[in-house]
Design a binder for this molecule. Structure first.
Ligand code: BGC
Length: 430
């Protein structure tokens, strides 16, 4: 017997992208770092750990320096209409994108009217297709002038960010109600300060633990400043962040493991959200996987990731759909509407994505049935894209990009399965 799990009326269904990962032609701190580091990344320990050991089919691409340079990316900057046509045909009624700060304000205090006009067109093309925009103001990339003043390691960036936010919001305001100030501020500040090494390759600031806390506090100030500017323009705007929520759990019975789990949850998942508690209208969750912790006598780095890994993505991340349920439960303490702002899988052959989506949505539905106020789901990502320090080889798209053939778009089968869910506003769990 069919068992239809119905989602709430008016639920937002869509996908996410970010400017630097899809637009192409950006000139920002990342594009500089990519060029300086491509050779090292191609030969690097990361390739060994992620791919060589697994004898992966992606090795040849990962060993090519060109993999690490965003370049034209998917040329979404030039082809956004075509991409939105696809999203509409798939039934999406919402879409998350980000504004590229380095385009809008290429030098300090000088805003580029043409670029603002570009984004105004992007928004109106979404609206014309009946797609509600969710707009992110910072998704990991900074204008070069901001980086040269210290980036988020400097308090000044919080002030500069608020000014940029005010300008963007006042220009794009009539068409946009939902604003996401920052993408994954905790992960960003953690990786920027502590994540150097084969595990996380990222433009390096390297401030250690103190640097992490300082940057995090600057990001809090940036969020608050932007929140203030947005609300001053229009009180009814909805403002939040997209927070990376990892479901941490303990492996084994060592009580110390449980203690570390609690600290990981407190610091990684909640610290930032608690600091901005009074300055957010909703909570955005980016959920990808869980992390089982086992404390032992070895280097603390080895306490993490004791996952079973029965089923993994191309990046080796365990597929753990019940984690989305637990993530939603965890952030329900804030008593705010929740949006899943990212959830996705690197799956080049598209063998696991459809099931991944269905499984995650079944668990999400369970959280809603338990009373969680979840109002939307954005799959990561609409398009294959530039996956930061991993470059182009991991494929997260509902839509495949044929990089060898004029960046042709091809809708994957899983995108069609997702479209069926959207059409019925329900998951068939029979
Ligand atoms: C980021 C995306 C990224 C995705 C997959 C999230 O942490 O917001 O930019 O592509 O994870 O790694």
């Amino acid at each position: 017997m069919a068992k239809l799990l119905k989602f709430p009326k008016g639920f937002y269904w869509g996908a996410s992208t970010s400017s630097h990962q899809v637009e192409g032609g950006n000139k920002n701190d990342w594009s500089i770092w990519e060029k300086e580091n491509a050779g090292r990344l191609a030969n690097g320990a990361r390739v060994y750990w992620q791919l060589w050991r697994r004898k992966s089919e992606f090795l040849p691409q990962a060993m090519d320096p060109a993999n690490y340079i965003s370049g034209k990316a998917t040329d979404h900057y030039g082809r956004f209409r075509e991409d939105f046509d696809i999203a509409k045909a798939l039934g999406h009624n919402a879409h998350r994108l980000s504004i590229e700060w380095s385009r809008v304000e290429p030098s300090e205090g000088k805003f580029d009217d043409e670029e603002i006009e570009h984004y105004r067109t992007v928004i109106s093309e979404l609206k014309a297709r009946g797609i509600e925009p969710f707009v992110t103001l910072f998704h990991f990339t900074l204008p070069i002038w901001v980086r040269s003043k210290g980036g988020w390691a400097s308090r000044q960036t919080a002030r500069d960010f608020a000014k940029y936010a005010e300008r963007v919001v006042s220009e794009l305001s009539p068409g946009v109600k939902y604003w996401i100030t920052l993408n994954e501020p905790t992960l960003y500040s953690l990786v920027s300060n502590l994540g150097f090494g084969p595990w996380m390759e990222w433009p390096y600031v390297g401030g250690g633990y103190r640097g992490w806390f300082r940057m995090s506090s600057n990001l809090v100030a940036g969020h608050k400043g932007a929140h203030h500017a947005i609300k001053a323009l229009n009180k009814s705007h909805q403002v939040g962040i997209a927070q990376s929520i990892v479901y941490f759990d303990a492996f084994g019975i060592n009580p110390l493991s449980r203690l570390v789990v609690r600290s990981a949850r407190r610091f990684y998942n909640h610290r930032f959200l608690k600091k901005i508690r009074k300055y957010q209208d909703f909570v955005g969750i980016n959920y990808f996987t869980h992390n089982r912790i086992r404390v032992g006598l070895e280097n603390p780095r080895r306490w993490f990731n004791h996952n079973e890994n029965k089923e993994v993505s191309d990046l080796g991340w365990e597929l753990y759909p019940e984690g989305i349920y637990k993530a939603v439960k965890e952030v329900s303490i804030y008593r705010k509407p929740i949006y899943i702002t990212e959830n996705g899988i690197a799956d080049t052959r598209d063998l696991k994505r459809a099931k991944f989506i269905k499984d995650n949505l079944e668990w999400l539905h369970r959280a809603i049935s338990d009373g969680a106020d979840v109002r939307g789901y954005f799959h990561w990502s609409l398009l294959d894209n530039f996956e930061w320090g991993d470059g182009f080889w991991p494929k997260f798209g509902l839509v495949e990009i044929d990089y060898k053939n004029g960046l042709k778009r091809k809708v994957r089968q899983s995108a069609k399965e997702y479209a069926k869910i959207i059409k019925t506003n329900a998951v068939d769990a029979s």
